[in-house]
Every structure is written in C-alpha cells, then in structure tokens.
Design a protein around this ligand. Structure first.
Ligand SMILES: C[S@@+](CC[C@H](N)C(=O)[O-])C[C@H]1O[C@@H](n2cnc3c(N)ncnc32)[C@H](O)[C@@H]1O
Length: 266
C-alpha cells in the first residue's frame, strides 16, 4: 500500500472509532430492537426494487465499508446467502458482531482496510455491495474496484447505492441559512477534504477531533471509469431524486439527482 493511501485510511480509522460511540448512543438500541424482529430490513424501496431485478436469494455478498452492519443484515433477512462485511473501524465491526450474535443473524464481520482485504476471500462472492457514504472515504477508486473484481466469482456484480456527487457540492442541511441550490463546493477536486470531527450525523452531537479525517470528491465519471478500468461491465445505472445521505433533504423535489444505483458485472 502506498504511504499516502495508508496515512489517509489509518487516520479515517481513528475518526470512525471516535464517531461510533456517538452513533451508538443515538441508535444502537434501536437497531438491536429492530433486528430482533425476524425478516427486518432497513433498505429503501428503490433499492429493494433493484435487488429484485438483480436477484438476491442465496447470493454470497461482500459488503465493503459495512459500518455497523445494518444494511448487510437486511440483505441476509431478505434471503442472501453467505454475508461478510468489511470495515476499517474497530468500533463499527464490534457493534456489528455483537448485533449479529444478539439477533442470531448469520453474518460475519471483518475489521480491515478494504485495500487490504485478505486474499482468502477472492472469488467467493456473487455480489460486492457498496452503500451510502462509502466511496467518499476511499482515496483510490481504481484500486478499490480492482480489489472488488477479485472478490467476485465470474459473472458476479458490484452493486453500488450511493450519494450522487452532485448532492455533495450543494450545501448540506446543517447550513440552513444557505440557498440549497447554490454550489457550495467544487465538483472536481484532486486534493482530499481535510476535516476534524463532527461525524455524528446520527445523533447530531458536534465534536472536534485532534486527528484529521480525509474525504475524497469522486465525479461520477471517475466512478464509472474506475469500474471499466477494472474489467467490469456497467449494466445498470439509475439516478434518483431521493436523499439517501439524510443531509440533503432540502434539495429533494427540486429536480436534481441526489442518489444513484449502479450495477457492474465481472
Ligand atoms: C458513512 S459510513 C457508510 C457505511 C454505511 N453505508 C452506513 O450508512 O453506515 C462509512 C464507513 O466506511 C468505513 N471506511 C472508511 N474508510 C475505509 C477503508 N479504507 N476500509 C474499510 N472501511 C472504511 C468507515 O469506517 C465507516 O464505517
């Protein structure tokens, strides 16, 4: 791994370890209660439609940047086969493992940088799943999708449900005084965003951190070209006027793409 890549991801690991107790204070009991109900899913309607089209029953799923596991657990409850979540945050993986045990869900969770997923997992999955707010933490998309392609069986697919990069350049709902349709940030930005704390979008607690966290602006063309460059074939791409980030509600209903689902096949 290059020095910069490792520096970014290790710093982000610390940031997510710091953020998770805030998220857990706000929502851990809620998720434990919900997943105690057989068959519970937290996935949005538009994503469920796309899973019906893709076919989920019995499929082996690798979820990259799985955080506390609730999306992967939902796929399991919807009929997926082997489910393995990978995330760099020790605290997120521990929460996911505890919930899987508590709610008797047959999902495994592995703490690792996605760029360093062990080779033992190669060729084991029908789906590599990437969701809401994951790509913006990852510095190198070409390397990400090259690793994702190796995890897939022949014919398997990468299923991405993400925040649209257009939404990311508009002011988030925390900036209530700003015109929601004004461009706040550049769409193209080679250097990382450097921030300190304030990752509690679940409970809304503001905090500062000592160590920086690094975010990355990925234009949609970079996502698509990185998939193509990894030998994957883009087979479906849908844009939605639906805020999946929970931070851009003010832009809903204004005719802008706020999220997308993209499927690419090995
Ligand atoms: C905003 S969460 C998105 C996950 C999920 N969709 C959610 O809504 O909870 C971002 C996750 O990416 C993880 N992450 C960031 N960089 C990573 C890396 N290099 N390898 C693995 N996980 C990473 C973080 O630990 C965090 O759990």
């Amino acid at each position: 791994m290059t020095h910069d890549l490792q520096r970014y991801t290790e710093s982000n690991r610390a940031a997510w370890n710091e953020a998770m107790p805030y998220h857990q204070r706000a929502a851990k009991d809620k998720w434990d209660g919900r997943f105690a109900m057989p068959g519970y899913s937290c996935l949005a309607e538009n994503e469920l439609e796309e899973w019906q089209r893709f076919g989920l029953t019995g499929k082996a799923v690798a979820h990259l940047c799985c955080n506390n596991g609730v999306e992967l657990m939902s796929l399991k409850n919807l009929g997926a086969g082997e489910c393995v979540g990978f995330d760099i945050s020790d605290a997120a993986i521990l929460e996911a493992q505890e919930r899987a045990a508590l709610c008797n869900l047959d999902c495994r969770f592995v703490r690792t940088d996605v760029y360093a997923i062990d080779r033992q997992w190669d060729g084991r999955f029908d789906v590599v799943y990437i969701t809401i707010g994951a790509l913006g933490w990852l510095p190198d998309l070409a390397r990400l999708f090259a690793r994702a392609a190796m995890l897939l069986k022949e014919g398997g697919g990468v299923f991405i449900h993400e925040i649209h990069p257009l939404a990311e350049i508009l002011p988030d709902d925390g900036k209530q005084e700003a015109d929601p349709l004004r461009i706040n940030d550049p769409y193209f930005k080679a250097e990382p965003w450097v921030d300190y704390g304030d990752l509690d979008y679940v409970g809304g607690v503001h905090y500062d951190s000592v160590l920086p966290q690094y975010g990355f602006a990925h234009p949609l063309s970079d996502v698509i070209m990185a998939l193509i460059g990894s030998g994957l074939v883009v087979e479906r791409f849908v844009e939605y006027d639906i805020d999946t980030s929970a931070g851009h509600k003010r832009q809903e209903g204004k005719g802008l793409p706020l999220s997308y689902i993209l499927v690419a096949r090995r």
